[in-house]
Design a protein around this ligand. Structure first.
Ligand code: PMP
Length: 434
């Protein structure tokens, strides 16, 4: 076991932060409740690295939870933001920049025809749900256990007992009556889907799924199941919402929709679309989007929507992603990284799997070769992740502070960064399984 790195300054800042914020943080997972030690307070980032308040340097695989596909402090994004700063921060009026980002997205994406910019993934999904309800004139929505869609009331709902039951709220403060409009079922279960549409005929506005579920482990779904989901929603006049807040622009410009070759009715985006600034979006066909105000009766608005600084960060990001070969290279780099580690794991006979798609990866401490439902994850296995996480920090590798979180590889991760990380991960696994 390596000596623990110093977290003295971070600990001091955390103590202070506890006076200001519940749990000392502005988003719960940052509090390091699921891993060892005090949360690291980050001072700055550059390329694939972050530095904490104690001066420790880490190779970062959290990448701000996904947005930073080009790494930290990307020169083109920084310069675009700096240039825009001279012109003002916000106008609350239309700008040329919104057209530019929209054109970049829509001309490279055949799955949506119009979109609306908002300021977070939560807001994008909340708006998409309202649009689906307004469009279908139905109230109920179906979500899947193990998918996260932000913290709007309708979606903070977990499965009740039984195959198909009304959801139970997963947060205090969500009215029971709201939870009753959300039905939660297991992923990768055709029977449950069939049952839902038998039990609630003509009542389901939409079924929402993460393009590729990546918030509760990486729960890879079969193409055939996704096509079944598409067919059954269509058959019953319900919309299919793909929440691509993580997968959008991560698996390519056309995200999971293209990955599965499936046409959802509404798609939500976030994270990468704003290049590290607060941006989300939802999009659909012209016909569906015509129901949004001021064209239609579904109200949705935002003071900072289409914020100019955020738009230029998005434009600078997507312009770089649109370069030919970008995604192929990311995927190949990730495949090589994962394959090298898998070989080591196989040699050592360690009980750990690495699941991967595009430039996303997830370590699962299990012997199961396939995990497609939340219930298949053993909460006990997270104890092993905790050990690995601590050891990785000690060796200068920053993974998300929970074993349910996926890792991301950015284009800023060099071959050398990855080789260093592979060695550190091998060492960490040796300690986990010693
Ligand atoms: N949907 C998905 C699939 C997400 O991963 C997230 C955030 N992790 C959200 C919605 C919510 O986005 P935000 O945190 O920007 O509100």
């Amino acid at each position: 076991q390596h000596q623990d790195i110093s977290r003295a300054k971070s600990a001091e800042l955390f103590e202070k932060a506890k006076n200001f914020f519940p749990g000392g943080v502005n988003s719960p997972v940052r509090a390091f409740k699921s891993v060892y030690g005090t949360p690291l307070f980050i001072e700055r980032g550059d390329e694939a690295y972050v530095w904490d308040a104690d001066g420790n340097k880490f190779i970062d695989f959290c990448c701000s939870w996904g947005p930073l596909i080009l790494g930290h402090n990307n020169a083109q994004i920084r310069e675009a933001v700096a240039a825009q700063l001279d012109k003002g921060l916000s106008f609350g009026a239309p700008t040329r920049l919104e057209n530019e980002l929209a054109e970049l997205i829509l001309s490279n994406n055949s799955y949506i025809e119009k979109l609306r910019f908002v300021s977070s993934g939560t807001e994008a999904v909340m708006s998409a749900i309202r649009l689906a309800r307004g469009y279908t004139k139905r109230d109920k929505i179906v979500k899947f256990e193990g998918c996260y869609h932000g913290h709007s009331d309708s979606l903070l709902v977990k499965a009740g007992s039984g195959l198909v039951t009304f959801g139970e709220t997963s947060s205090a403060g969500v009215p029971k009556s709201f939870a009753e409009e959300t039905i939660v079922i297991a992923l990768d279960d055709k029977k449950a889907l069939e049952e839902v549409f038998i039990r609630f005929p003509d009542q389901i506005a939409a079924v929402i799924i993460e393009g590729i579920p990546a918030n509760n482990g990486l729960l890879l779904q079969d193409q055939e199941y996704i096509h079944f989901l598409r067919a059954i929603t269509k058959e019953h006049g319900s919309l299919l919402i793909f929440d691509e807040v993580i997968t959008g622009f991560r698996l390519g410009f056309q995200g999971a929709a293209h990955h599965y070759a499936v046409q959802p009715d509404i798609i939500t985006y976030g994270k990468i679309i704003g290049g590290g600034m607060p941006v989300g979006a939802y999009g659909a066909s012209k016909e569906i989007m015509s129901h949004i105000s001021p064209d239609g009766g579904v109200y949705q608005a935002g003071t900072l929507s289409g914020n100019p600084i955020a738009m230029v960060a998005g434009i600078a990001t997507l312009t770089q992603l649109a370069a030919s070969g970008f995604y192929d290279k990311q995927e190949q780099t990730t495949k090589d990284f994962v394959e090298t580690l898998r070989n080591y794991i196989a040699d050592k006979n360690y009980e750990v799997q690495i699941f991967t798609v595009g430039s996303i990866f997830w370590f699962a401490f299990t012997a199961q070769q396939r995990i497609s439902r939340a219930e298949q994850i053993d909460p006990q296995s997270m104890e092993k992740y905790k050990i690995m996480h601590r050891e990785l920090l000690n060796q200068g590798i920053y993974f998300g502070p929970s074993g349910y979180e996926v890792g991301f590889i950015s284009s800023a991760h060099t071959e050398e960064d990855l080789a260093t990380s592979i060695q550190a991960i091998k060492n960490a696994l040796d300690i986990v399984f010693q």
